[in-house]
Design a protein around this ligand. Sequence first.
Ligand SMILES: [Zn+2]
Length: 485
Amino acid sequence: MADETNRRGRACQFGKLEFYVMWSNLRDVFARQLVVLVDPTNPQHTRRRKQLTVAVGTVFTLGMAAAMGVAPRNAFDDPLAPRVEHTLRMPDVHEQLEQLTEASDAGVYVQQERMQRGDTIGSLLRRLGVDDPDAQAFIVKNPTARSLFDLNPGQAVQAEIDSSNLLVSLQANLGGDAGSSRELVIERVAPKKEGGDFTYKARIEAVDNDLHYEMASGAIDATGFFKSMDSASVPDEVVNQMISIFSGVIDFHHDIARGDRFRIVYEAGFRDGAFVRNGRVVAIELINRNTLYQALWYAPKDGTPGAYYTFDGRSMKRPFLRSPVEFSRVSSGFGGRDHPLHHQWKQHKGVDFAAPQGTKVIATADATVEFAGQQNGYGNIVVLKHANGYSTFYAHLSRFAGLREGQHVSQGQLIGYVGSTGWATGPHLHYEFRYNDVPQNPLTTTLMEAPTLTGKSRADFLTYTSATLSRINMLRTYNVLTASN
Ligand SMILES: [Zn+2]
């Protein structure tokens, strides 16, 4: 009987062991092969980074396509993950020039402008050199063409204009993800009969991008988290995903320390060889105060929305976020671990997060709003009631984010802004975490682990993971080859 249990136990262990061997291979790759990447002072850094990007791109576009098929391409299903600023595809000048030389009426030229704050369709068209009331009237009235109004400042719009400054066509990238873009195309249509009027039509096209996989790695140094990320050339939208991925296990305000190391593999979309936008983090590793955290994006085949999992199949989601204060460039490094506002936990029953006035305060878990108003000492306070006897308190707020008592709020939802109302000497968030109304220290409370994937979804997960990791592992082979060049 005991033997049987043992054997079964060992069989189980074996599967696990294999898995860890595979993962340790990946860590080897990260550790040994990417040393050049980690050290920006290394003269090979820039060159190697480019080579690797190419390598990852090649390896993944060849081999990864099948494996990635299980993950939907629309990035940012994670509601906490901030949206990518849409970088616009530049016009393919060569193509345009060819078209121009071939065109019978060679008087067509291409102009590109960026959307500016406060732009109207009229002012945008003027900057593009378009003087065409008919085209302008069409854009203002046509529901598809009107999506131009949705563009953010900085986004590019391209126009083809004839020699009379009339609009021939207009193109704008409306957004999308790393894998594909939605493109607005407005075109002039020649009159059906001679002497008739030009008309316009508008459509939105889905265009596929080429997915590449970029890799970034580095360490947190004395300059702080965000500057260290900049030194490692990690794009902001990837940094924000990183914060979101670990928000259930790490309080970036208190936990991130000098010497912490990270490695990130993320998607980047390209079109005609030109960068379009970054996408989702595919795999990430963070060594925080000697504790190793790893996560991998995975979308189960059963249609469950994708999420981040540890490499042994545990969800990275937790019932509570580690921090109720948005971690941003502005709020990071404000106060900090040794700030005088950090009272002794025992005297205080809560934790103070020093942060600039107006910093976003977010619900640490799904909840209903129990109270939102003024209380002596606490000033403006929000009390949230969670499942299983938990409640959280957010005090000294400068203002609320339009909350009603009894309203449902989701984890990560904005509930108010840091202030210094009530008995507060400076702007900070006083945060209390209670279980059956008894205050707990949220910084040291170990919160429930997420359940592990089981059964078929676990088998699927391991298949996916092993494919992903072995693809990343192939970098090693590539690096050996380039090293001999
Ligand atoms: Zn306090």
